[in-house]
Write a protein that binds this ligand. Structure first.
Ligand SMILES: [Zn+2]
Length: 129
């Protein structure tokens, strides 16, 4: 897969300020007031920064957390999981494997069959129906 490498200035120019804050500065959007937390449409969720296919609506479920949640990525090599020790917590950060942008975190309280909850930011995703 081709890597997407851009300077911070380029990202800043291309992305909205909220998308830049989340994707490039590892921010978190507010729960429940984001675009996809309640979305039921079928399609593929792409990385909002580079267009990499990340998640399918087939694995999306309602976690009642206020963020779009999935129990698995489209394929294991679509995302990268990194240990995140910021903010006094140990969490698993999820980034796009193609452009390195921050997508969200993954937790171990998801449904079967994986038991994983990929808790994503809507602003990091684009739903292609
Ligand atoms: Zn990406």
């Amino acid at each position: 897969m081709d890597q997407v490498v851009k300077t911070d200035e380029e990202w800043k120019k291309e992305l909205s300020s909220e998308a830049y804050r989340v994707l490039r500065q590892k921010g978190t959007e507010r729960p429940f007031v984001n675009k996809y937390h309640d979305a039921k449409e079928e399609g593929i969720y792409e990385c909002a920064a580079c267009g990499n296919d990340l998640f399918s609506s087939d694995t999306k479920y309602d976690s009642h957390t206020g963020w779009p949640s999935f129990w698995a990525p489209l394929a294991k090599d679509k995302v990268k999981v990194i240990l995140d020790k910021s903010q006094g917590m140990i969490r698993e950060e999820v980034v796009c494997v193609r452009c390195g942008s921050h997508l969200g975190h993954v937790f171990n309280d998801g449904p079967k069959p994986t038991g994983r909850r990929y808790c994503m930011n809507s602003v990091s995703l684009d739903l292609i129906k």
